[in-house]
Design a protein around this ligand. Structure first.
Ligand code: MSP
Length: 644
């Protein structure tokens, strides 16, 4: 086991803007990088853009730009997108940079000097979309299997890499290192490519046909084939051959890609590395596709999900959590906003958000400082400490084999265990009995410790939420830990609890009224949420329950429609303090009609995010066959007045 870790994304073509598919691979790599940093490994995380080749020239022409200007623009979009998704890459490489060009030429010179490159004539079926030749056998009904387009027959002189020389070595290497390519299904797929003799790889394009590329070092009438150019980014970015970084990180290299580019990474790249005397990478991690329904996401099909849009509507950490939790690494998964909303409400708002809020409220109310010394001493052997250790064990094991969803399930088992612990121990009841003071301290301390550990466990996937949890607990937000002993030391007596807003407000798909329907009925919801459900007059509730509702008179001071949501209005309401309320009233009331009205507002619901707008309350309205009618007061009343 080395104490370093080097992880890479594919370098993305600059012929499309970053979408959910690119975001997924990049977020997975970010999660891996953050996880390994958390484990104390020296980590290097690389991403970048692939900018040469026919495809880019064609896209630039279509955009009316030079290839360089076009590549600068789209590469900039990738570079600017990643910080918005909290991607912690250490470097961003572009294949048009001199540092890359020099290394490509140096690697090819090595391979050429070794006698592994020859000049020859080749005729074959070429797909411009894939930028590669196909053999007759690979075509499906004469068409490119990926683009379903007829390839063009091209005959030309080119340079070829003798890939076949390394075939036996590669088969042996894959057999001897069972996790070289993982999960196993892709290892098997690679071995099945290797059942047939490998054809030599054409690594050049004549300049008469394509000039947008890196000139071959031994014949400048040719440029380098884009895959032979692109793969080398993984070592050029480290400063091969003499760079300090190359020496430090190459032995710990892992590439993460989707299955579409398995062959270049599993066959071309290791054989090229072997020929150049560089030595193979450690692991190739291969995931499946995010699909929309049954189809692969693609610009031409028009079903591309914009990652940034998802982040704006649902929040970044929720989006990252969903991607890691809902895809089994290696298999395809279907993306749907309904599933995302379901996860947010169930796992994040109900389970995690609720645990945090309940625990900290009780520590604030019943606690004697955050962590009385005696309770700390007794936590060893406590239920949550033990459950925490078990969760960490499963989590670490699963992370090592890319079982992100299983690692997160283990964390959520701990969260649910802690929620049940509260229900069973009932701190509010312990607080009423002076004889139970010691037990109360223990229960509250165990909860704090579990929360701190959970914040460490979610750190790689949801870094902002994890830091906010630690801030609320009173710990240093920048020091996540998975070590209960370390956490116990940090939770010194008297830490200031700083409970803030709910971590995850409930969300709904666009169009529904604020307040939120629960996806898990009854699970930890405030009474006001169920009270908002329509239906006949139901069971009676206690007066105490009714009193939990904080209803205030408000005056609407501004109103506007929310784009793409035909039922929603964004309102600014003066309820003694100014708040934003999103209301599903646009069918009945125009924005102009709303301004100046006095309304009744529920002001103590947790905030909810609707179409990306945070709503901090709910207006009361009656509903009949004609739609909704706003509730109001029968005379002008001071904003903020209580309604009872
Ligand atoms: N430029 C090459 C890679 C060269 S690496 C030396 C390339 N670029 S790409 O822009 O087409 O990116 C392909 C990668 O984007 C996939 O391998 C995957 O990481 C990601 N994805 C694109 N669409 C995807 C899905 N629908 N689902 C999951 N990942 C997807 O190939």
């Amino acid at each position: 086991m080395t104490d370093r870790y080097y992880v890479t994304t594919p370098i993305y073509y600059v012929n499309a803007q970053p979408h959910l598919g690119h975001a997924y691979t990049t977020i997975v790599n970010d999660v891996l990088a953050r996880f390994h940093r958390l484990r104390g490994l020296e980590t290097w995380f690389l991403t970048g853009t692939d900018e040469h080749g026919d495809k880019i020239v064609q896209a630039a022409q279509a955009a009316g730009e030079t290839p360089q200007a076009y590549a600068d623009r789209i590469s900039g979009m990738f570079r600017d997108t990643w910080p918005l998704l909290n991607i912690s890459n250490d470097d961003f490489i572009r294949t048009t940079e001199p540092r890359h060009r020099e290394v490509v030429q140096a690697v090819l010179t090595r391979v050429h000097d070794k006698g592994d490159i020859y000049f020859g004539k080749y005729g074959g079926w070429y797909c411009f979309g894939c930028e590669r030749f196909y053999t007759e056998k690979e075509l499906v009904d004469g068409l490119c299997p990926d683009h379903q387009k007829e390839p063009t027959f091209i005959e030309e002189e080119n340079y070829f890499f003798r890939m076949g020389r390394y075939q036996d070595w590669l088969i042996r290497h894959i057999r001897e290192h069972p996790d070289f390519i993982r999960p196993e299904r892709y290892r098997n797929e690679a071995l099945s490519f290797l059942k047939e003799p490998l054809e030599d790889l054409c690594i050049s394009r004549p300049k008469s046909r394509l000039t947008w590329g890196i000139p071959l070092p031994f014949d400048d009438r040719f440029v380098t084939y884009v895959w032979a150019d692109a793969l080398i980014n993984y070592v050029s970015a480290l400063g091969w051959p003499d760079g300090e970084r190359f020496r430090a990180f190459w032995p710990a290299a892992q590439h993460t890609i989707a299955k579409d580019i398995l062959k270049p990474h599993a066959i071309y790249w290791p054989t090229l590395l072997q020929s150049a005397g560089i030595g193979p990478y450690q692991h190739l991690n291969v995931h499946g596709y995010w699909k929309i329904g049954e189809s692969k996401m693609s610009k031409s099909v028009g079903n591309v999900v914009e990652a940034l849009h998802m982040r704006e509507v649902y929040g970044l950490d929720a989006f990252r959590y969903f991607l890691l939790r809902d895809m089994v690494f290696g298999l395809d998964s279907s993306f749907s906003e309904e599933a995302l909303v379901g996860r947010i409400n169930a796992d994040l708002a109900n389970d995690l958000g609720n645990l945090c809020q309940r625990s900290l409220t009780m520590v604030g109310k019943f606690g004697r400082g955050a962590a009385p010394e005696a309770a700390r001493a007794r936590a060893e052997g406590g239920e949550l400490r033990t459950a925490g250790r078990e969760a960490v064990e499963v989590y670490l094991r699963e992370f090592e084999v890319l079982g992100f969803h299983k690692a997160l399930i283990a964390v959520w088992e701990l969260i649910n265990r802690a929620n049940k612990f509260i229900d069973r121990e009932a701190p509010w009841a312990l607080a009423k009995d002076p004889a139970m003071r010691v037990r109360l301290d223990e229960v509250l301390y165990e909860l704090l410790e579990a929360l701190a550990l959970i914040s460490g466990l979610i750190e790689p996937v949801m870094p902002d939420t994890a830091a906010e949890m630690r801030r609320q607990i009173g710990l240093d937000p920048d020091f996540p830990s998975l070590d209960p002993d370390e956490i116990a030391r940090a939770l010194s007596p008297g830490l200031p609890i700083r409970q803030g807003a709910a971590l995850f407000p409930r969300v709904e798909l666009g169009g529904a009224p604020a307040g939120g329907k629960a996806s898990k009925p009854g699970a930890g919801k405030p009474a006001a949420e169920t009270a908002a459900e329509p239906g006949p007059a139901g069971e009676s509730i206690s007066f105490d329950d009714f009193k939990k509702l904080d209803l205030r008179v408000g005056r609407i001071t501004a109103a506007e429609r929310i784009p793409k949501a035909d039922k929603l209005l964004k309102l600014t309401v003066d309820t003694g303090e100014e708040r934003t309320v999103v209301a599903g009233l646009a069918k009945e009331y125009s924005p102009e009609d709303m301004v100046g009205r006095q309304v009744i507002v529920v002001v103590n619901l947790p905030p909810a995010k609707l179409m990306g707008v945070k709503s901090e309350g709910m207006l009361l309205a009656a509903k009949d066959d004609d739609g909704l009618a706003l509730l109001t007061v029968s005379r002008e009343t001071r904003p903020g007045s209580k309604v009872s």
